[in-house]
Ligand binder design. Structure first.
Ligand code: NAD
Ligand code: K
Ligand code: MN
Length: 361
């Protein structure tokens, strides 16, 4: 039996509610003896910052290095500026471990009342690949004459040939592994005439390695309209750090709620642990109330298991999640229901237990 070493970083806000729920699900999965998990919890985030002046310790990455995967909640505290919480924790890990591929599957799960009424089940099945290491979030820039009428500021978007090539190759490969073998490369190469034109050119080059993948290009603004009007024409989508950040929140909303959507920050070369998290943030408006939807975390655990090669356990968990979303009495507030984090978690555990019993019988 394989034992996986998992780091958990609940972080802030509802991260502290959904990550323990995710751990419970994993323990339930491990109960039938097929695999096991050894968790180490890290109390990094806003509270840590108040005590130590940093979001995580300087040698934090060393503590994570030997793990098989990381399960992350959210970084974001109502009393600390967002750029400090984001750059001090989540981006430190993503960049420190070169998790350059951010992967965001989107599907309308059974029982979810999604806003795209014209969309039959199965017609919205996307994976958005976000460049996760450079681009608009390179952190390069500056601000001069602060507060003065002549004040100016820049955030420089750096795109490297190596960075663009590796994310496009990852996206083509992912598209190739999916039944439809369809990739849409999103840029803004009409207005941004340097880096985005380079993206288009590199996409053309990389596409030659994948003759069986059908691909097209879309400008990011047009891509939003296409997601709403013609969702079935999309399958795998690749875009820059900023563009894909925005497109994937839209995707999550179109599929029913931000509270459901998962993501993986992946190091495809497996030099470092990859990190899985719900795409939502700290949700200041509901934190501490036990009302957070834990499904985004559970689906992130599915991605974590797939990454570890535990495809059977992943499929069992996804089935249990879908059995729970199918029941509207188990919907949290973001889905229009009244269920609590605890009720949804207990229900998924119960479905897993039933499935394990059926398998053993
Ligand atoms: P958010 O995702 O925290 O919340 C947006 C809205 O969605 C809120 O109304 C919230 O209640 C709702 N929501 C989100 N997740 C939910 C869930 N699981 N169940 C039920 N409702 C849910 O986004 P925001 O308000 O823009 O950001 C709040 C803080 O979180 C900020 O500090 C931001 O920087 C941070 N943030 C962190 C991450 C991350 O760590 N990856 C991602 C996004 C935002
Ligand atoms: K998150
Ligand atoms: Mn985002």
């Amino acid at each position: 039996m394989k034992t996986y070493r998992i780091a958990t970083i609940p972080g802030d806000g509802i991260g502290k509610e959904v990550i323990p729920a995710g751990q419970r699900i994993m323990q339930e999965l491990a109960r039938d003896g097929g695999l096991s998990f050894e968790f180490e919890d890290f109390d990094w985030g806003g509270d840590y910052y108040r005590k130590h002046g940093v979001m995580m310790p300087a040698d934090g990455l060393d503590a994570l290095r030997g793990k098989d995967a990381i399960l992350f909640g959210s970084a974001g505290d109502p009393h600390i500026p967002d750029h400090i919480t984001l750059w001090g924790l989540r981006l430190k890990i993503c960049q420190g471990f070169d998790q350059y591929a951010n992967v965001r599957p989107t599907r309308i799960l059974p029982g979810i009342d999604a806003p795209l009424k014209r969309c039959a089940p199965g017609q919205l099945d996307w994976v958005i690949v976000r460049e996760n290491s450079e681009g608009e979030y390179s952190g390069v820039g500056g601000r001069v004459h602060q507060g003065h009428p002549l004040e100016a500021a820049t955030d420089v978007s750096i795109m490297t040939r190596a960075g663009v090539e590796r994310i496009l190759r990852f996206a083509f490969k992912l598209a190739q592994s999916r039944p439809r073998k369809l990739l849409t490369v999103v840029t803004k190469s009409n207005a941004q005439r340097h880096a985005m034109v380079m993206w288009d050119e590199i996409a053309m080059e990389v596409s030659r390695e994948f003759p069986d993948v059908a691909w097209d290009k879309e400008l990011v603004d047009a891509a939003t309209a296409r997601m709403v009007n013609r969702p079935a024409t999309l399958d795998t989508i690749v875009a820059t750090n900023l563009h894909a950040d925005i497109l994937s929140d839209l995707a999550a909303a179109l599929a029913g709620s931000l509270g459901i959507a998962p993501t993986g920050n992946i190091d495809p070369e497996r030099r470092y642990p990859s990190m899985f998290e719900p795409i939502h943030g700290s949700a200041f408006d509901i934190m501490g109330k036990g009302l957070a939807n834990p499904v985004g975390t559970f689906w992130s655990v599915v991605m974590l298991l797939e990454h570890l090669g535990e495809t059977q356990a992943a499929a069992r968990l996804m089935q249990a999640i879908e059995n729970v979303t199918a029941d509207p009495s188990l919907h949290t507030g973001d889905l229009g229901g009244t269920a609590t984090t605890e009720q949804v978690t207990a229900a998924v555990c119960a479905k897993l237990a039933v499935a394990a019993k059926a398998k053993a019988a």
